[in-house]
Design a protein around this ligand. Structure first.
Ligand code: S3P
Length: 741
């Protein structure tokens, strides 16, 4: 605990910190310092401080180690207070500040102390409100808000600990940052919006009699300008203290404004649509980025989503006729190839799930104009194989292994550098499987430890074609190498140990690019071009699989799934379920854009345990979580071997399923490369999804045959592949409710 917490300046932040310290006993004594007598009186009356003093001099001689002085005055006043601290405080008193700009504080400290003093830990709570002053003191102000500390090499560990522990005890989430990075980020995300809001209100306010305007100003104006009611002194100080960073970002916005003005003047619909769509999607994507950053770093933001859990009651009839969302693999590839093609590509049936949206956003980040998605329709203004532009920041690929692995191939051949990042799950997945062959082709790729993301890809390398014998059956690796092959002078081939999904090869052909397949070898020659195409993405058999198994395990069930992609490299789930006894009929079999499609009708028949043929593994690779549920409902034992790849999916799917099934009283024994499941009565209980969409959905289906409720923790990631899963599950009679935690 802190001995004495001395807060200089009882504005909103200072007085709120004092209030929370008193409320939770974070210091033995809380002292408030203000030059205004009335402020001190109010602070004492409100119980914000234990003791009030008019100046630091009045208390300085009492302070020593374990005491903390917090400088809570406006940014431009900080140097004067630092001067007092220098003159009055001994070197063992800890000091921090709360100013919104950090470089000006550090510069002042260096000048006054002739170098950064170890006792000073610069800080910035990213919390506040448009209210100011001691009367607005709020002991909850910092809860779940970020506090950024910007210590440097000279900062004393004991001082850092004192400051950081205090902030953590207020409920805030503490992180550290470099001073300059802090100021640049804040200029863009906090300072600029305030100046825009002040400027807009001021513009309207100066338009003659503005009472009418404000009367009609509705939600948009109110939302946009809320922050223009903030403290003018504080913002004046910030504008001056963070001048350079603010001017840079302000110039960018002004250029953008000018462009927008000309576009409106010229009636340029395309510009406006592209800008608004890009911005809207970036805004939507933003929430997700913040959430995932929170996961990785423990930093939470106010935009952090709640954890969604599924509570499923047993029973349900598994009846219905439905169309599940578009195929994820094809949706990714449609954006990639559409972007690299010349001309306009129209995609229908596009999966509006977070994974394929991450791919879409990446191409927008690389300058491709993409309209939509609007009810599955996307229009891509292709830029050609050499038309991508350097993104201004790392490409964030969320949870999506397909995005990062396919993109790495394609980006290895670009002229610019890129960095690829993802969420906590993706950041733990192996990338050497793509980095190794790409390096053989001459790519320069850096991975994090253990061959994990982020991937840093150096542009401007000339790639050479290879003949790659894949060590594992992976469509992502095959596709990655083929996409890199587009950027070589010669023929690139990939040989696979077992057939894997061939959507890349088929879709490339659809874009007029020659790809040859001879047995297990797929080849293409670099240097060609792709011609824009129309793509109709069928429903995803990997999503349909959940309802196929639902029908397979419930007596009397009958479910028809419409317009499902039944590419022979994807139908393992049909083959395996049929072998276990399920009745599955295909009808309306047609070919759409080079991909076979059919309606699939599934009806209950008693299931029996089987030894799953190893040749079916790559053809059903994503369907095993729900196939294990079928195995749990079957008569006898089901054994899977040769499926070690399941251990490196969005979670270790062998472990996730074995643990969950065991919780539900099923005898499920994991092995190094598979699992042995003895059919039985599924019990009730709480299972973990390990943030894996398919694990969450598999246990939802299991509830149809459970003896009691199943609670599936952390189902948020279902939105990566199957955004309307809950609605469709309820539609076929599954008793599913959402809970939040
Ligand atoms: C995919 C290939 C498979 C699959 C993934 C999608 C693709 O991964 O599990 O969901 O779109 O190429 P691997 O290549 O790692 O087997």
């Amino acid at each position: 605990m802190i001995n004495r917490l001395v807060v200089i300046g009882l504005g909103l932040i200072g007085s709120s910190l004092a209030a929370v310290a008193r409320k939770h006993g974070l210091a033995q004594q809380v002292v408030g310092i203000s030059r205004r007598e009335s402020t001190l009186e109010i602070a004492l009356q409100m119980g914000v401080v234990d003791r009030a003093e008019p100046s630091l001099a009045a208390i300085a001689s009492e302070l020593g180690a374990g005491d903390l002085v917090v400088i809570g005055v406006p940014t431009l006043t900080v140097p004067a207070v630092l001067q007092d601290c220098f003159e009055l405080l001994s070197a063992d008193v800890s000091i921090t500040d709360v100013a919104s700009v950090k470089s000006s504080v550090v510069e002042a400290a260096e000048a006054i102390y002739s170098g950064m003093p170890a006792q000073l830990v610069p800080g910035h709570p990213i919390a506040g409100s448009e209210k100011s002053g001691v009367t607005a003191a709020n002991s909850e102000l910092f809860v779940e808000h970020r506090i950024i500390l910007t210590p440097n090499k000279k900062t004393g560990a004991e001082h850092f600990k004192l400051v950081s522990d205090l902030w953590a005890a207020t409920g805030a989430i503490v992180s550290t940052m470099d001073v300059q990075e802090h100021d640049e980020i804040l200029a863009a995300t906090s300072h600029l919006p305030h100046f825009l809001a002040y400027s807009l209100v001021d513009t309207l306010a100066s338009m003659g009699d503005n009472s009418e305007i404000f009367r009609y100003a509705a939600g948009g104006f109110r939302d946009f300008t809320r922050i223009a009611a903030s403290d003018p002194v504080m913002w004046r100080d910030i504008a001056l203290a963070n001048r350079e960073a603010i001017l840079t970002i302000l110039d960018q916005v002004m250029d953008n404004f000018k462009e927008m003005r000309s576009a409106i003047d010229a009636g340029d619909q395309d510009y406006l649509m592209a800008t608004f769509t890009r911005a809207r999607d970036a805004r939507n994507h933003f929430g997700k980025i913040l959430e995932s950053k929170a996961l990785q770093t423990g930093i939470q933001s106010p935009m952090t989503e709640k954890t969604i859990n599924y509570l499923i009651s047993p029973g349900g009839n598994a009846q219905g006729d439905l169309r599940v969302p578009g195929d994820k693999s094809m949706s990714h590839r449609s954006i990639m190839l559409g972007s690299l093609a010349e001309g306009l590509t129209e995609v229908t049936g596009f999966l509006e799930g977070e994974d394929s949206l991450a791919t879409l956003q990446s191409f927008r980040d690389m300058g491709v104009q993409i309209e939509g998605p609007d009810q599955g329709r996307v229009v891509i203004h292709g830029v050609g194989l050499h038309g991508l532009k350097a993104p201004s920041k790392p490409l964030y690929l969320g949870n999506s292994g397909t995005s990062i692995r396919l993109l790495s191939g394609l980006l290895a051949g670009q002229s610019f550098d890129t960095e690829l990042t993802g969420d906590a799950s993706l950041s733990g997945r192996p990338m050497s499987r793509v980095a190794d062959p790409l390096r053989e082709m001459g790519a320069l790729i850096e991975t994090a430890e253990g061959g994990r993301p982020p991937l840093k890809i150096k542009g401007g390398q000339s790639l050479v074609p290879i003949n790659y014998k894949m060590p594992m059956a992976s469509a992502q690796v095959k596709s990655c190498v083929l996409l890199a092959g587009l950027y070589t002078d010669g023929q690139t081939s990939v040989v696979e140990p077992a057939p894997t999904r061939d959507h890349t090869e088929r879709m490339l052909r659809g874009f007029g690019y020659q790809v040859t397949t001879e047995g297990s070898k797929a080849s293409l020659s670099g240097g060609g071009s792709l011609t824009a195409n129309r793509i109709d993405v069928p429903a995803d058999i990997s999503s349909a699989a959940f309802f196929m198994v639902a029908a397979a395990i419930v007596r009397g069930s009958d479910i028809t799934l419409r317009h499902v992609g039944v590419n022979p490299t994807r139908v393992g789930v049909i083959n395996i379920l049929r072998q276990m006894g399920t009745s599955i009929e295909l009808s309306n079999e047609i070919e759409v854009g080079g991909e076979p499609v059919a309606d699939i009708r599934v009806r209950y028949a008693p299931l029996k345990g089987i030894n799953i043929p190893e040749d079916q593994i790559p053809l059903a690779i994503d369907e095993f979580p729900v196939l294990f549920v079928a195995a749990a409902c079957a008569d006898g034992v089901t054994v899977l071997t040769g499926a070690e790849e399941l251990r490196v999916k969005e979670s270790d799917r062998i472990r996730s399923m074995a643990d969950g099934l065991a919780t539900l009283s099923i005898d499920a024994q994991p092995t190094a490369d598979g699992i042995r499941i003895v059919g039985g009565q599924i019990g009730s209980g709480e299972v973990q999804s390990h943030d894996d969409h398919r694990i969450a959905m598999a246990f939802t289906i299991a509830a149809l045959r459970a003896s009691g409720d199943i609670l599936v923790h952390e189902a948020n990631n279902v939105a990566t592949s199957f955004p309307n899963f809950v609605g469709l599950a309820q539609q076929v009679g599954i008793k599913l409710a959402l809970t939040e935690s």
